[in-house]
Design a protein around this ligand. Sequence first.
Ligand SMILES: NC(=O)c1ccc[n+]([C@@H]2O[C@H](COP(=O)([O-])OP(=O)(O)OC[C@H]3O[C@@H](n4cnc5c(N)ncnc54)[C@H](O)[C@@H]3O)[C@@H](O)[C@H]2O)c1
Length: 309
Amino acid sequence: MAQPLTILKSSLSTSTARSAIKNVTIIGGGLMGSGIAQVAAQTGHNVTLVELNADILKKAEASIGNNLGRVAKKMFKDNPSEGEKFVAEAKKRVKGCTDTKEAVQDADLVIEAIVEKMEIKHKLFKTLDEQAPQKTIFASNTSSLSIGEIASVTGRKDRFGGLHFFNPVPVMKLLEVVRIPETSDETFNAMMAWGKAVGKTCVTCKDTPGFIVNRLLVPYIAEAIRMVERGDATPRDIDIAMKLGAGYPMGPIELADYVGHDTSNSIMQGWFKKYPENPLFKPNDSVEKLVKEGKLGVKTGEGFYNYKK
Ligand SMILES: NC(=O)c1ccc[n+]([C@@H]2O[C@H](COP(=O)([O-])OP(=O)(O)OC[C@H]3O[C@@H](n4cnc5c(N)ncnc54)[C@H](O)[C@@H]3O)[C@@H](O)[C@H]2O)c1
């Protein structure tokens, strides 16, 4: 999960930072994977995008094409023909694939952006470890799972790390580069250089739950919801307070509705199961109720607020 605490103005980059990583394979072409594929392609990398079947792949490629068109309109306002060239060249760099073996043959870096389920990620990485060349670095874009636990099924923990992008990937400037104790300096430096090469500002942290941003944001949102549960203040007053008093662009309750209560509840459930002694990770009863009622937030039209009106 990632939220635009600051939906920064588009910071599309044609960075020329040097990186040894040229060929990138992205597994999963959903919201995050297609965004990562787009930024990699528009900064000159060869991208192979893997999906479960040709239909999903087609949708992902169409969404990348549309988003590149939007980028070109902004970047080449006064020169539409240059813009068309930019889109055509970036699109040419993205190759779709449904076979992981074929997709990883020339990969310098593989980034996984599939469903947030440990068993499914394990199954994928076990297979990839057998199929990919020795030199290939593996990374996961997981929001809430342990990178070390994901890497544990591979024989390349020294070439494993976290690359945590934020949604929407082409807009959000931040990349969290996560190292596990086994990550080699060479792997870490290569991931940092690649992050810069795709135009992101990289921060680094250990393999700690939620890394930096979500580790702070998720308990903050949960505490705001606890205030509502205790009747200390209304959602609207809490949101106004944090916008006007702390200068945040969105209040915590609005943010919770925007992220989706299913997503944040499953993160809290996972962390609470692993760290039951940490009161910051205790799931909110009212959120569990909202999830049961299908009131997941903006995406279903209702959460703490009603968006149907
Ligand atoms: N959505 C966010 O805001 C956000 C932000 C940062 C990180 N993440 C993380 O990124 C990952 C992906 O999230 P998303 O929001 O893009 O999900 P999504 O559901 O939009 O996309 C996941 C895609 O992976 C594909 N997929 C599933 N299993 C696959 C497999 N074995 N091989 C190939 N493709 C497969 C699915 O078809 C789907 O298109 C998750 O780990 C999530 O925690 C999400």
